[in-house]
Design a protein around this ligand. Structure first.
Ligand code: NAD
Length: 404
Protein backbone atom coordinates (compact mmCIF):
# COMPACT_ATOMS: atom_id res chain seq x y z
CA UNK A 1 0.00 0.00 0.00
CA UNK A 2 1.15 3.55 -0.75
CA UNK A 3 3.11 4.85 2.28
CA UNK A 4 1.74 8.42 2.08
CA UNK A 5 -1.81 7.08 1.95
CA UNK A 6 -1.11 5.05 5.12
CA UNK A 7 0.42 8.05 6.87
CA UNK A 8 -2.44 10.37 5.94
CA UNK A 9 -5.02 7.76 6.99
CA UNK A 10 -3.28 7.37 10.36
CA UNK A 11 -3.29 11.13 11.01
CA UNK A 12 -7.03 11.46 10.43
CA UNK A 13 -7.73 8.09 12.12
CA UNK A 14 -9.44 6.70 9.03
CA UNK A 15 -11.33 3.42 9.55
CA UNK A 16 -9.24 0.41 8.48
CA UNK A 17 -12.00 -0.79 6.11
CA UNK A 18 -12.08 2.59 4.36
CA UNK A 19 -8.33 2.53 3.89
CA UNK A 20 -8.64 -0.87 2.22
CA UNK A 21 -11.35 0.43 -0.11
CA UNK A 22 -9.17 3.42 -1.08
CA UNK A 23 -6.09 1.29 -1.72
CA UNK A 24 -7.70 -1.27 -4.06
CA UNK A 25 -8.70 -0.64 -7.69
CA UNK A 26 -12.37 -1.18 -8.50
CA UNK A 27 -11.65 -2.89 -11.79
CA UNK A 28 -8.56 -4.27 -13.48
CA UNK A 29 -8.80 -5.23 -17.14
CA UNK A 30 -6.23 -6.97 -19.30
CA UNK A 31 -6.81 -7.44 -23.02
CA UNK A 32 -4.82 -9.40 -25.60
CA UNK A 33 -5.33 -8.63 -29.26
CA UNK A 34 -3.75 -9.55 -32.62
CA UNK A 35 -2.43 -6.97 -35.11
CA UNK A 36 -1.13 -7.60 -38.61
CA UNK A 37 2.24 -5.84 -38.90
CA UNK A 38 3.68 -4.21 -42.06
CA UNK A 39 5.71 -7.37 -42.68
CA UNK A 40 2.48 -9.43 -42.94
CA UNK A 41 3.25 -11.17 -39.65
CA UNK A 42 0.45 -11.31 -37.03
CA UNK A 43 1.57 -10.24 -33.55
CA UNK A 44 -0.23 -10.42 -30.23
CA UNK A 45 -0.18 -7.40 -27.91
CA UNK A 46 -1.24 -7.00 -24.28
CA UNK A 47 -3.05 -3.90 -23.07
CA UNK A 48 -4.40 -2.80 -19.70
CA UNK A 49 -6.95 -0.47 -18.22
CA UNK A 50 -7.14 -0.05 -14.48
CA UNK A 51 -10.18 1.77 -13.11
CA UNK A 52 -9.23 2.72 -9.60
CA UNK A 53 -12.25 4.59 -8.38
CA UNK A 54 -15.32 6.31 -9.81
CA UNK A 55 -16.77 7.49 -6.53
CA UNK A 56 -16.30 11.15 -7.49
CA UNK A 57 -17.10 10.82 -11.23
CA UNK A 58 -15.99 8.89 -14.33
CA UNK A 59 -12.58 7.22 -14.28
CA UNK A 60 -9.93 9.46 -15.84
CA UNK A 61 -6.32 8.91 -16.80
CA UNK A 62 -3.75 8.53 -19.55
CA UNK A 63 -2.73 5.67 -21.79
CA UNK A 64 0.96 4.87 -22.18
CA UNK A 65 2.84 2.87 -24.79
CA UNK A 66 6.03 1.48 -23.33
CA UNK A 67 7.90 -1.81 -23.12
CA UNK A 68 8.04 -1.51 -19.33
CA UNK A 69 4.29 -0.95 -19.02
CA UNK A 70 2.52 -3.65 -17.05
CA UNK A 71 -0.41 -4.06 -14.72
CA UNK A 72 1.57 -3.10 -11.61
CA UNK A 73 2.73 0.20 -13.10
CA UNK A 74 -0.69 1.06 -14.52
CA UNK A 75 -2.42 0.21 -11.21
CA UNK A 76 -0.15 2.51 -9.24
CA UNK A 77 -0.71 5.34 -11.71
CA UNK A 78 -4.50 4.82 -11.65
CA UNK A 79 -4.44 5.24 -7.87
CA UNK A 80 -2.44 8.48 -8.23
CA UNK A 81 -4.99 9.80 -10.70
CA UNK A 82 -7.84 9.19 -8.24
CA UNK A 83 -5.92 11.14 -5.59
CA UNK A 84 -4.89 13.91 -8.01
CA UNK A 85 -8.43 14.54 -9.30
CA UNK A 86 -9.74 14.69 -5.73
CA UNK A 87 -6.95 17.10 -4.69
CA UNK A 88 -7.93 19.69 -7.32
CA UNK A 89 -11.62 18.98 -6.80
CA UNK A 90 -12.54 17.97 -10.35
CA UNK A 91 -15.39 15.45 -10.57
CA UNK A 92 -13.42 12.44 -11.76
CA UNK A 93 -12.19 9.19 -10.34
CA UNK A 94 -8.87 7.70 -11.35
CA UNK A 95 -7.82 5.38 -14.13
CA UNK A 96 -4.81 4.51 -16.26
CA UNK A 97 -4.12 2.33 -19.26
CA UNK A 98 -1.33 1.15 -21.44
CA UNK A 99 0.07 -1.30 -23.93
CA UNK A 100 3.32 -3.22 -23.53
CA UNK A 101 5.02 -2.15 -26.75
CA UNK A 102 8.07 -0.25 -27.97
CA UNK A 103 6.49 2.56 -30.02
CA UNK A 104 9.88 3.64 -31.38
CA UNK A 105 10.12 0.60 -33.68
CA UNK A 106 6.57 0.85 -35.04
CA UNK A 107 5.54 2.44 -38.34
CA UNK A 108 2.75 5.02 -38.16
CA UNK A 109 0.37 2.49 -39.73
CA UNK A 110 1.23 -0.12 -37.09
CA UNK A 111 0.81 2.42 -34.29
CA UNK A 112 -2.64 3.30 -35.62
CA UNK A 113 -3.69 -0.37 -36.00
CA UNK A 114 -2.55 -1.17 -32.44
CA UNK A 115 -4.42 1.85 -31.07
CA UNK A 116 -7.63 0.96 -32.90
CA UNK A 117 -7.43 -2.70 -31.83
CA UNK A 118 -6.84 -1.67 -28.19
CA UNK A 119 -9.81 0.74 -28.41
CA UNK A 120 -12.08 -2.05 -29.70
CA UNK A 121 -10.88 -4.30 -26.88
CA UNK A 122 -11.71 -1.77 -24.13
CA UNK A 123 -14.68 -0.04 -25.84
CA UNK A 124 -17.20 -1.54 -23.42
CA UNK A 125 -15.59 -0.02 -20.37
CA UNK A 126 -14.76 3.49 -21.68
CA UNK A 127 -17.09 6.35 -22.64
CA UNK A 128 -17.77 10.01 -21.75
CA UNK A 129 -19.65 9.06 -18.57
CA UNK A 130 -17.62 5.93 -17.77
CA UNK A 131 -13.89 6.35 -18.34
CA UNK A 132 -12.06 9.03 -20.33
CA UNK A 133 -8.50 8.22 -21.49
CA UNK A 134 -5.87 10.87 -22.33
CA UNK A 135 -2.26 11.00 -23.61
CA UNK A 136 0.61 9.80 -21.44
CA UNK A 137 4.12 8.48 -22.13
CA UNK A 138 4.56 8.04 -25.94
CA UNK A 139 0.94 8.73 -26.80
CA UNK A 140 -0.22 12.08 -28.17
CA UNK A 141 -3.07 14.03 -29.78
CA UNK A 142 -2.91 11.86 -32.90
CA UNK A 143 -3.31 8.66 -30.86
CA UNK A 144 -6.29 10.28 -29.10
CA UNK A 145 -7.88 11.13 -32.47
CA UNK A 146 -7.69 7.43 -33.51
CA UNK A 147 -9.35 6.36 -30.24
CA UNK A 148 -12.05 9.00 -30.76
CA UNK A 149 -12.73 7.82 -34.34
CA UNK A 150 -12.72 4.11 -33.50
CA UNK A 151 -14.96 4.54 -30.47
CA UNK A 152 -17.38 6.75 -32.47
CA UNK A 153 -17.61 4.03 -35.13
CA UNK A 154 -18.47 1.42 -32.46
CA UNK A 155 -21.20 3.48 -30.76
CA UNK A 156 -22.53 4.88 -34.05
CA UNK A 157 -22.15 8.59 -33.26
CA UNK A 158 -19.40 11.19 -33.00
CA UNK A 159 -18.28 11.12 -29.37
CA UNK A 160 -15.38 13.54 -28.83
CA UNK A 161 -15.82 13.47 -25.02
CA UNK A 162 -14.56 9.86 -24.89
CA UNK A 163 -10.95 11.11 -24.81
CA UNK A 164 -9.15 14.35 -23.97
CA UNK A 165 -5.88 15.72 -25.34
CA UNK A 166 -7.30 15.68 -28.88
CA UNK A 167 -6.10 17.97 -31.67
CA UNK A 168 -7.85 21.38 -31.42
CA UNK A 169 -9.74 20.85 -34.68
CA UNK A 170 -11.27 17.63 -33.30
CA UNK A 171 -12.44 19.24 -30.06
CA UNK A 172 -9.20 19.61 -28.08
CA UNK A 173 -8.96 22.54 -25.66
CA UNK A 174 -6.87 25.64 -26.17
CA UNK A 175 -4.13 25.88 -23.54
CA UNK A 176 -3.72 22.11 -22.98
CA UNK A 177 -0.09 22.26 -24.21
CA UNK A 178 1.01 24.60 -21.39
CA UNK A 179 -1.53 23.49 -18.77
CA UNK A 180 0.78 21.32 -16.66
CA UNK A 181 3.49 23.97 -16.38
CA UNK A 182 1.02 26.83 -15.92
CA UNK A 183 -0.87 24.95 -13.21
CA UNK A 184 2.44 24.43 -11.39
CA UNK A 185 3.33 28.09 -11.73
CA UNK A 186 -0.05 29.11 -10.24
CA UNK A 187 0.59 26.79 -7.25
CA UNK A 188 4.07 28.25 -6.79
CA UNK A 189 2.82 31.85 -6.98
CA UNK A 190 0.17 31.15 -4.35
CA UNK A 191 2.83 29.74 -2.00
CA UNK A 192 5.19 32.66 -2.73
CA UNK A 193 2.30 34.96 -1.75
CA UNK A 194 1.60 32.99 1.45
CA UNK A 195 5.29 33.29 2.38
CA UNK A 196 5.36 37.04 1.60
CA UNK A 197 8.22 36.57 -0.84
CA UNK A 198 8.74 38.56 -4.01
CA UNK A 199 8.86 36.51 -7.20
CA UNK A 200 11.13 39.02 -8.93
CA UNK A 201 13.91 38.17 -6.51
CA UNK A 202 13.64 34.40 -6.76
CA UNK A 203 16.02 32.15 -8.71
CA UNK A 204 15.22 28.79 -10.27
CA UNK A 205 16.87 25.54 -11.43
CA UNK A 206 14.93 23.24 -13.76
CA UNK A 207 15.70 19.56 -14.22
CA UNK A 208 14.24 18.40 -17.55
CA UNK A 209 13.71 20.65 -20.53
CA UNK A 210 10.83 19.00 -22.41
CA UNK A 211 7.16 19.99 -22.52
CA UNK A 212 6.77 20.65 -18.78
CA UNK A 213 10.26 22.09 -18.07
CA UNK A 214 10.46 24.35 -21.12
CA UNK A 215 7.02 25.84 -20.60
CA UNK A 216 7.69 26.32 -16.90
CA UNK A 217 10.94 28.16 -17.73
CA UNK A 218 9.14 30.45 -20.14
CA UNK A 219 6.23 31.18 -17.80
CA UNK A 220 8.49 31.80 -14.80
CA UNK A 221 10.86 34.06 -16.75
CA UNK A 222 7.83 36.08 -17.97
CA UNK A 223 6.89 36.60 -14.32
CA UNK A 224 10.33 37.87 -13.36
CA UNK A 225 11.93 34.73 -11.88
CA UNK A 226 15.58 34.21 -12.82
CA UNK A 227 16.31 30.82 -14.39
CA UNK A 228 19.91 30.10 -13.38
CA UNK A 229 20.31 26.40 -14.21
CA UNK A 230 18.61 23.88 -16.49
CA UNK A 231 19.23 20.27 -17.49
CA UNK A 232 18.09 17.80 -20.09
CA UNK A 233 19.18 14.16 -20.43
CA UNK A 234 22.43 15.19 -22.17
CA UNK A 235 23.69 18.03 -19.98
CA UNK A 236 23.14 20.34 -17.04
CA UNK A 237 24.13 23.99 -17.48
CA UNK A 238 24.57 26.97 -15.18
CA UNK A 239 24.01 30.56 -16.34
CA UNK A 240 27.16 32.70 -16.31
CA UNK A 241 25.10 35.85 -15.78
CA UNK A 242 23.66 35.32 -12.29
CA UNK A 243 22.07 38.80 -12.30
CA UNK A 244 19.83 38.25 -15.31
CA UNK A 245 19.50 34.50 -15.70
CA UNK A 246 19.03 32.69 -19.00
CA UNK A 247 17.26 34.24 -21.97
CA UNK A 248 14.69 31.45 -22.16
CA UNK A 249 13.43 32.16 -25.67
CA UNK A 250 17.01 31.86 -27.02
CA UNK A 251 17.60 28.75 -24.93
CA UNK A 252 14.44 27.06 -26.31
CA UNK A 253 15.41 28.03 -29.85
CA UNK A 254 18.92 26.59 -29.21
CA UNK A 255 17.52 23.33 -27.77
CA UNK A 256 15.13 22.93 -30.71
CA UNK A 257 17.97 23.54 -33.19
CA UNK A 258 20.68 21.39 -31.59
CA UNK A 259 18.59 18.82 -29.69
CA UNK A 260 20.06 19.76 -26.30
CA UNK A 261 20.83 22.64 -23.93
CA UNK A 262 24.47 21.49 -23.99
CA UNK A 263 27.00 24.26 -24.90
CA UNK A 264 24.41 27.06 -24.85
CA UNK A 265 26.39 30.34 -25.12
CA UNK A 266 27.23 32.03 -21.80
CA UNK A 267 26.62 28.84 -19.85
CA UNK A 268 28.89 26.52 -17.93
CA UNK A 269 28.40 22.75 -17.94
CA UNK A 270 27.81 21.29 -14.47
CA UNK A 271 26.95 17.79 -13.28
CA UNK A 272 23.33 16.65 -12.94
CA UNK A 273 23.88 16.38 -9.17
CA UNK A 274 25.23 19.95 -9.06
CA UNK A 275 22.03 21.12 -10.73
CA UNK A 276 19.89 19.46 -8.06
CA UNK A 277 21.95 21.13 -5.33
CA UNK A 278 22.54 24.49 -7.05
CA UNK A 279 22.20 27.64 -4.94
CA UNK A 280 18.75 28.73 -6.08
CA UNK A 281 15.46 29.46 -4.31
CA UNK A 282 13.32 27.06 -6.33
CA UNK A 283 14.12 23.62 -7.75
CA UNK A 284 11.76 22.30 -10.44
CA UNK A 285 12.06 18.58 -11.18
CA UNK A 286 10.47 18.22 -14.63
CA UNK A 287 12.21 15.13 -16.02
CA UNK A 288 11.62 11.50 -15.07
CA UNK A 289 10.55 10.05 -11.73
CA UNK A 290 13.03 8.93 -9.06
CA UNK A 291 15.95 11.22 -9.97
CA UNK A 292 16.32 12.90 -6.56
CA UNK A 293 17.70 10.75 -3.76
CA UNK A 294 17.60 11.01 0.02
CA UNK A 295 21.28 11.88 -0.10
CA UNK A 296 20.58 14.77 -2.53
CA UNK A 297 17.88 16.00 -0.15
CA UNK A 298 20.51 16.64 2.52
CA UNK A 299 22.36 19.00 0.16
CA UNK A 300 19.54 20.77 -1.67
CA UNK A 301 19.78 24.54 -1.19
CA UNK A 302 16.39 25.53 -2.65
CA UNK A 303 13.62 26.67 -0.30
CA UNK A 304 10.88 25.24 -2.52
CA UNK A 305 10.65 22.14 -4.73
CA UNK A 306 7.98 22.33 -7.42
CA UNK A 307 7.31 18.75 -8.56
CA UNK A 308 6.19 18.99 -12.18
CA UNK A 309 7.50 15.46 -12.79
CA UNK A 310 5.58 12.50 -11.38
CA UNK A 311 7.33 11.00 -8.36
CA UNK A 312 10.72 12.76 -8.68
CA UNK A 313 11.72 12.11 -5.04
CA UNK A 314 12.86 8.76 -3.64
CA UNK A 315 11.00 7.27 -0.71
CA UNK A 316 12.04 8.80 2.61
CA UNK A 317 13.14 12.09 0.98
CA UNK A 318 10.08 14.02 2.15
CA UNK A 319 11.02 13.53 5.80
CA UNK A 320 14.55 14.90 5.24
CA UNK A 321 13.20 17.94 3.41
CA UNK A 322 10.48 18.60 5.99
CA UNK A 323 13.10 18.57 8.77
CA UNK A 324 15.16 21.07 6.76
CA UNK A 325 12.03 23.25 6.32
CA UNK A 326 12.15 22.94 2.54
CA UNK A 327 8.64 23.22 1.09
CA UNK A 328 7.76 20.46 -1.37
CA UNK A 329 4.86 21.26 -3.70
CA UNK A 330 3.81 17.66 -4.40
CA UNK A 331 3.19 16.27 -7.90
CA UNK A 332 -0.45 15.42 -7.18
CA UNK A 333 -1.04 19.16 -6.80
CA UNK A 334 1.80 20.77 -8.78
CA UNK A 335 1.27 18.91 -12.07
CA UNK A 336 -2.52 18.59 -11.86
CA UNK A 337 -2.98 21.48 -14.32
CA UNK A 338 -2.89 18.97 -17.18
CA UNK A 339 -5.80 16.86 -15.97
CA UNK A 340 -7.68 20.01 -14.96
CA UNK A 341 -7.59 21.38 -18.52
CA UNK A 342 -8.50 17.88 -19.74
CA UNK A 343 -11.61 18.24 -17.60
CA UNK A 344 -12.31 21.61 -19.26
CA UNK A 345 -11.93 19.93 -22.68
CA UNK A 346 -14.46 17.25 -21.70
CA UNK A 347 -16.90 19.91 -20.45
CA UNK A 348 -16.57 21.87 -23.71
CA UNK A 349 -17.20 18.68 -25.74
CA UNK A 350 -20.28 17.74 -23.70
CA UNK A 351 -21.76 21.23 -23.95
CA UNK A 352 -20.57 21.82 -27.52
CA UNK A 353 -18.65 24.94 -26.41
CA UNK A 354 -15.29 26.43 -27.36
CA UNK A 355 -13.57 28.33 -24.58
CA UNK A 356 -11.01 31.06 -25.28
CA UNK A 357 -7.48 30.59 -23.97
CA UNK A 358 -8.17 33.38 -21.44
CA UNK A 359 -11.19 31.52 -20.04
CA UNK A 360 -9.22 28.26 -19.82
CA UNK A 361 -6.35 29.98 -17.95
CA UNK A 362 -8.73 31.88 -15.71
CA UNK A 363 -10.60 28.70 -14.71
CA UNK A 364 -7.28 26.86 -14.26
CA UNK A 365 -6.00 29.59 -11.95
CA UNK A 366 -9.16 29.49 -9.82
CA UNK A 367 -8.88 25.68 -9.50
CA UNK A 368 -5.16 25.61 -8.67
CA UNK A 369 -5.32 28.56 -6.24
CA UNK A 370 -8.19 27.01 -4.33
CA UNK A 371 -6.53 23.58 -4.13
CA UNK A 372 -3.29 25.17 -2.90
CA UNK A 373 -5.05 27.17 -0.19
CA UNK A 374 -7.15 24.14 0.89
CA UNK A 375 -4.01 22.01 1.26
CA UNK A 376 -2.06 24.74 3.02
CA UNK A 377 -4.86 24.98 5.59
CA UNK A 378 -4.74 21.20 6.19
CA UNK A 379 -0.93 21.32 6.48
CA UNK A 380 -1.27 23.86 9.28
CA UNK A 381 -4.14 22.03 10.96
CA UNK A 382 -2.28 18.70 11.14
CA UNK A 383 1.33 20.00 11.25
CA UNK A 384 2.36 17.87 8.32
CA UNK A 385 4.00 18.30 4.91
CA UNK A 386 2.02 19.31 1.84
CA UNK A 387 2.05 15.83 0.26
CA UNK A 388 0.44 14.25 3.30
CA UNK A 389 -1.93 17.23 3.53
CA UNK A 390 -2.94 16.70 -0.11
CA UNK A 391 -3.63 13.02 0.60
CA UNK A 392 -5.72 13.95 3.63
CA UNK A 393 -7.81 16.30 1.50
CA UNK A 394 -8.21 13.66 -1.23
CA UNK A 395 -9.13 10.90 1.24
CA UNK A 396 -11.75 13.11 2.87
CA UNK A 397 -13.26 14.02 -0.48
CA UNK A 398 -13.38 10.40 -1.73
CA UNK A 399 -14.63 8.84 1.51
CA UNK A 400 -17.47 11.37 1.61
CA UNK A 401 -18.86 9.69 -1.52
CA UNK A 402 -18.79 6.16 -0.09
CA UNK A 403 -22.24 4.62 0.26
CA UNK A 404 -22.06 1.34 2.20
P1 NAD B 1 9.33 15.30 -22.06
O1 NAD B 1 9.69 13.96 -22.58
O2 NAD B 1 8.77 16.32 -22.98
O3 NAD B 1 10.59 15.97 -21.32
C1 NAD B 1 11.42 15.27 -20.43
C2 NAD B 1 12.73 16.05 -20.29
O4 NAD B 1 13.51 15.45 -19.28
C3 NAD B 1 13.60 16.05 -21.55
O5 NAD B 1 14.16 17.33 -21.72
C4 NAD B 1 14.70 15.05 -21.22
O6 NAD B 1 15.90 15.33 -21.93
C5 NAD B 1 14.86 15.31 -19.73
N1 NAD B 1 15.51 14.22 -19.01
C6 NAD B 1 15.33 12.89 -19.13
N2 NAD B 1 16.14 12.23 -18.29
C7 NAD B 1 16.84 13.17 -17.60
C8 NAD B 1 17.83 13.12 -16.59
N3 NAD B 1 18.26 11.94 -16.11
N4 NAD B 1 18.34 14.28 -16.10
C9 NAD B 1 17.90 15.47 -16.58
N5 NAD B 1 16.97 15.58 -17.55
C10 NAD B 1 16.44 14.44 -18.05
O7 NAD B 1 8.31 15.00 -20.85
P2 NAD B 1 7.25 16.01 -20.19
O8 NAD B 1 5.93 15.83 -20.85
O9 NAD B 1 7.86 17.35 -20.06
O10 NAD B 1 7.11 15.34 -18.74
C11 NAD B 1 8.11 15.53 -17.75
C12 NAD B 1 7.60 15.02 -16.42
O11 NAD B 1 6.39 15.68 -16.08
C13 NAD B 1 7.28 13.52 -16.40
O12 NAD B 1 7.60 13.01 -15.12
C14 NAD B 1 5.78 13.48 -16.61
O13 NAD B 1 5.21 12.31 -16.07
C15 NAD B 1 5.37 14.73 -15.84
N6 NAD B 1 4.07 15.24 -16.27
C16 NAD B 1 3.94 15.81 -17.50
C17 NAD B 1 2.69 16.24 -17.89
C18 NAD B 1 2.49 16.92 -19.23
O14 NAD B 1 1.37 17.39 -19.47
N7 NAD B 1 3.49 17.01 -20.08
C19 NAD B 1 1.57 16.12 -17.02
C20 NAD B 1 1.76 15.55 -15.75
C21 NAD B 1 3.03 15.11 -15.38
Amino acid sequence: MNETLKKAAQIIKLKKEYLEILAKPQRVVMVNFPVRMDSGEIKMFSGYRVQHSNLRGPFKGGIRYHLGTDMTEVSELAFWMAIKCAVVGIPYGGGKGGITVNPKILSLKELEKITRAYTRAIADIIGPQKDIPAPDVYTDARVMSWIYEEYSKIVGKKTPAVVTGKPIKLGGSLGRDVATALGGVYVLEEIVKLQNWQSKKLSVAIQGFGNAGMNAALLLAERGYKILAVADSQAAILCQNAQRGFNIKSLIEFKQRTGSVKNFPSSKTISQKDLICSPVDILVPAALGGLITKDDAKKIKAKIILELANGPLHEGTDEVLEKRKIIVLPDILANAGGVTVSYFEWLQNLKNQHWSKEKVFDELKKTMDKATRDIWKIKQQYHTDLRVAAYILAIQRIVKKLKI
